[in-house]
Ligand binder design. Structure first.
Ligand code: FRU
Length: 619
């Protein structure tokens, strides 16, 4: 009897266990959870589906930068509409990014999510914090949360930015597009973000202008104003040509009839293809030959290919430039070709800008240029192949390209103020990367007879100078440093004009520092004719081994140096006042620099001018 009872008990226990297991398995693989307005279905260890039940304006996605990228297919009325990647939070959400649901108003939207993990157990996946933190909202807060966000340099409101591209000027406004990831502050999902400005300094943010399509994500390119309607999309239509990056890189055309706010894809895309990796088309109207010219970077060939066209749609390859020329260590990217005046003469010469990565003079990315002639089809370089000329001698000046359709006498460029070596790791989260100051280009003839680029900060920046400039009286200084204050109540954000005469000093040290002794050490070496900037102790540097660095520029002969420094929350840009060198470096001081000091390695140096202008955006 007792034995029989035990058997019954054993059977019940076994069945119960089986039932529980069955329940667990079915729960494990078919579990759905309701969140406010959302239904999350856990479909497998690496697969989930979110149904939006009662939509709001945005779906806010929690991002953890250390997490792998999940692939999200957006289904609208069950149809695959788009795909993007996002680092969905597993352990903690670093920040939220919005997905705009308004665009699908009245339709059903769901998100088919394949996590970037390779888990074998759905229970682990269900524990990821993203499922608790994901939410619907009518507002996405873009108020700044970053201590290092610059004041007067352009940054995206949130998300990742790299190259500036597609820039044009029209009806009093400068349009700036940029390589943009709206779903996280690291590289991915390339779109063209869009901002515009009347003065190159105060930027208004606009919705994304060009989004990925079936041909690929949207890499860099350029835009022109089609004044004579050569392409047939209307007089003054804005035409963008960019790289569609899918499995291969091909060139696509998009046009805008509302001054660059929105773009339509040309149905005949792609317009240029190749079996080589080619990208970043840059075009302009060549008045002499009455043709459009496009220059395309054949990245791995380390060549720039030159095309011509009558209608912007059909292009003929005319020539290639670059084999063996200049810096060749990295891939060639982001070209630009323009005719510039030579200062003090009636002469004009052509300049071909070629951004390269890596292979820059201080590691990673940098912009080189070639001076020569262009006959509408072929670029001929003035210098020998072994000559390399750099546009900027810092570590954080890349993808420099110019605005199109600006007046004939003005050639204004802007660069991405970062370096591929560490751009994804700099200590910001809400957004990543700023642009350099906009700069005007000209050529000048250097002492050795070479034609070189002069890079001068756009004059519009001077309007930011506050009324209360700190004008320090001229002084002489030796080994013992003379220390002067920077504008503390302005978080150290300023422009500094410094005119020095090295006299008997071999080296003049110019140091920006704060009370914690974080410092940027700049040195004018009158003997070796160099200007250098050392940021090894400038603040936070340990996010990348490549960040601490000393950058060095050659300077023109002469004891006298007129220098200009622009300091924003995370950058120092140094210029020789007439633009003979530029040096752009990021810095992340824990507190703003509060003082500038000048000293020498021995002899006496005369400081003829030291003026500090607090820079102010309200003007
Ligand atoms: C340069 C670059 C370009 C490309 C883009 C992609 O930084 O690599 O060649 O178009 O970035 O974001």
């Amino acid at each position: 009897m007792r034995k029989h009872k035990t058997n019954i008990y054993m059977n019940v226990k076994r069945n119960l266990t089986a039932l529980l297991l069955l329940l667990w398995i079915s729960f494990g693989f078919c579990a759905a959870q309701n969140r406010e307005g959302l239904k999350v279905h856990y479909l497998g260890a690496n697969h989930s589906l979110i149904q939006v039940v009662s939509p709001k304006k945005y779906l806010l996605l929690p991002v953890e930068e250390a997490a792998p990228e999940a692939t999200v297919h957006v289904l609208v009325n069950n149809k695959a509409e788009r795909t993007f990647t996002v680092r969905l939070a597993m352990n903690r959400a670093d920040y939220l990014v919005p997905f705009d649901l308004e665009q699908y108003k009245g339709k059903t939207v769901s998100f088919d999510i394949h996590s970037g993990n390779s888990r074998s157990n759905v229970r682990d996946a269900m524990e990821d914090v993203c499922w608790d933190d994901i939410k619907l909202a009518d507002i996405f807060d873009t108020a700044n949360r970053e201590e290092f966000r610059p004041l007067y340099h352009h940054t995206p409101l949130y998300g990742w930015m790299n190259d500036p591209n597609g820039m044009f000027y029209k009806d009093g406004e400068y349009h700036l597009y940029y390589q943009y990831n709206p779903y996280g502050s690291m590289w991915g999902n390339m779109n063209w973000g869009h901002s515009s400005s009347k003065d190159l300094i105060h930027w208004e943010h606009h919705p994304v202008a060009i989004e990925p399509n079936g041909l690929g994500i949207v890499f860099s390119g350029s835009s022109v104003v089609d004044k004579e309607n050569t392409v047939g999309f209307g007089k003054d239509a804005v035409i963008a040509i960019y790289t569609s990056a899918g499995a291969s890189q091909i060139q696509s055309l998009a046009y805008s009839r509302d001054n660059g706010k929105t773009f339509q894809f040309y149905e005949g895309n792609p317009i240029i293809t190749s079996d080589k990796e080619c990208r970043d088309p840059n075009m302009f109207w060549h008045a002499e030959s009455r043709k459009w010219v496009l220059i395309l970077a054949a990245a791995l060939e380390k060549e720039m290919w030159i095309y011509t066209s009558d209608n912007l749609k059909e292009w003929t390859k005319e020539s290639a430039f670059g084999k063996g020329y200049g810096a060749q260590d990295g891939v060639w990217e982001c070209p630009d070709l323009m005719q510039l005046p030579v200062r003090g003469t009636d002469e004009k010469k052509w300049v071909l800008i070629c951004n390269i990565n890596p292979g820059g003079p201080f590691g990673g990315s940098a912009a080189q240029y070639f001076v020569g002639d262009f006959d509408g089809k072929t670029f001929t370089c003035d210098t020998k192949p072994e000559v390399t000329k750099w546009m900027d001698y810092g570590k954080d000046h890349y993808a420099a390209v110019s605005w199109s359709n600006v007046s004939e006498n003005r050639h204004t460029i802007i660069a991405w103020m970062s370096n591929w070596q560490y751009a994804n790791n700099v200590p910001t989260k809400q957004y990543r990367s700023a642009n350099s100051l906009p700069r005007d280009l000209e050529l000048y003839r250097a002492e050795d007879g070479e034609l070189c680029l002069a890079t001068v900060p756009a004059k519009e920046i001077e309007a930011l100078r506050g009324e209360k400039a700190l004008k320090y009286a001229a002084f002489s200084v030796g080994k013992k440093a003379a220390v002067r204050k920077l504008p503390v109540d302005n978080s150290g954000i300023c422009e500094i004009e410094l005119d020095i005469n090295a006299h008997s000093a071999g080296k003049v040290n110019i140091v920006l520092a704060n009370e914690e002794d974080e410092q940027v050490v700049m040195t004018y070496d009158a003997v070796n004719k160099t200007f250098s900037m050392d940021r090894a102790k400038s603040g936070l540097t340990d996010f990348s081994k490549d960040f601490p660095a000393v950058t060095v520029a050659p300077v023109a002969d002469g004891e006298q140096q007129r220098l200009r420094f622009f300091i924003d929350r995370c950058s120092v840009e140094a210029f020789e006042a007439s633009g003979r060198f530029a040096m752009t470096n990021l810095v992340f001081p824990k507190h703003p620099y509060t003082k500038i000091s000048v000293s020498t390695d021995g002899g006496q140096c005369r400081v003829n001018k030291l003026t500090v202008y607090p820079l102010n955006m309200n003007k």
